[in-house]
Design a binder for this molecule. Structure first.
Ligand SMILES: [Mg+2]
Length: 250
């Protein structure tokens, strides 16, 4: 059972933060989210307090995170669930993948969305997602179509599910790998990882944080989660992070 009492603040933390559903509210369309100046100020302050040990760990592409977090660009970040990673020095690490089978998959999925109103196709380049938030009754149809496509393009790919979304991605990389890599490098190395996320794809991050004697915090529902702590919603996350900064260590 996850604890609702969050850990006592300590000065040596490194933060790994999911974005959608954790720092910003989920919207009907991935492009419709609205990052607030307050949230960006919190990230800036956290970076100052932790010597820069704050990384975004998202299913979005890094380029998309940059435009979302403007004017904060170049933040350490893992995009596409860990397939791409930008370290604290700004170097990009990228998992190369076979693009061509995915091109075929995208066409099949595009045809599928034309026939199923309300389902949204999100093409992130290296991965592709079907969102059914606006057509919840089509959940099983969306999953079935993705399974069909996965069978067609083979074992180098896998499906990952989230809130009202199913995504096809190259297999073998997840958010937890990105956390492990950040933790080997400054300014993260030697700190205690604190991973906050809200969805199934965050579970790998929770497990890695746990294995490093860090803290795993899930936003909202914690049934079947590896997270050891839970926090009710985005507002609570922002307040908690705000207090971390205002808690005076010095
Ligand atoms: Mg999320």
């Amino acid at each position: 059972m996850a604890s609702t009492r969050l850990p006592d603040y300590a000065p040596d933390w490194a933060f790994f933060l999911d974005v959608d559903g954790t720092l910003i509210e989920i919207a009907d369309h991935p492009n419709a989210v609205n990052p607030t100046p307050r949230m960006k100020a919190i990230i800036t302050h956290l970076r100052l307090t932790t010597d820069g040990a704050v990384a975004l760990v998202s299913g979005r592409a890094i380029a998309e995170l940059d435009s979302l977090f403007m004017p904060l660009t170049g933040l350490p970040a893992a995009g596409l669930h860990g397939l791409e990673r930008r370290d604290a020095k700004g170097r990009i690490h990228f998992e190369t993948s076979a693009e061509s089978p995915l091109d075929d998959a995208k066409q099949v999925l595009r045809d599928f969305t034309k026939l199923n109103a309300g389902i949204l196709l999100e093409d992130k380049g290296t991965t592709v997602a079907l969102h059914y938030r606006n057509a919840p009754s089509l959940e099983s149809a969306a999953h079935a179509k993705m399974h069909e496509v996965l069978c067609r393009i083979g074992e180098d790919f896998e499906l990952t599910s989230g809130k009202m979304v199913v995504e096809l991605k190259p297999s073998g990389r997840h958010k937890g790998h990105a956390v492990e890599e950040f933790m080997e490098e400054p300014p993260f190395h030697g700190r205690t990882p604190v991973f906050i996320g809200d969805d199934i794809t965050d579970e790998d991050g929770f497990r890695v944080a746990n294995s490093m004697h860090g803290y795993s915090i899930r936003v909202g529902e914690t049934i079947d989660s590896a997270a050891r702590y839970c926090i009710p919603d985005v507002e609570a996350v922002l307040s908690w992070l705000e207090h971390y900064h205002s808690h005076h260590w010095r």
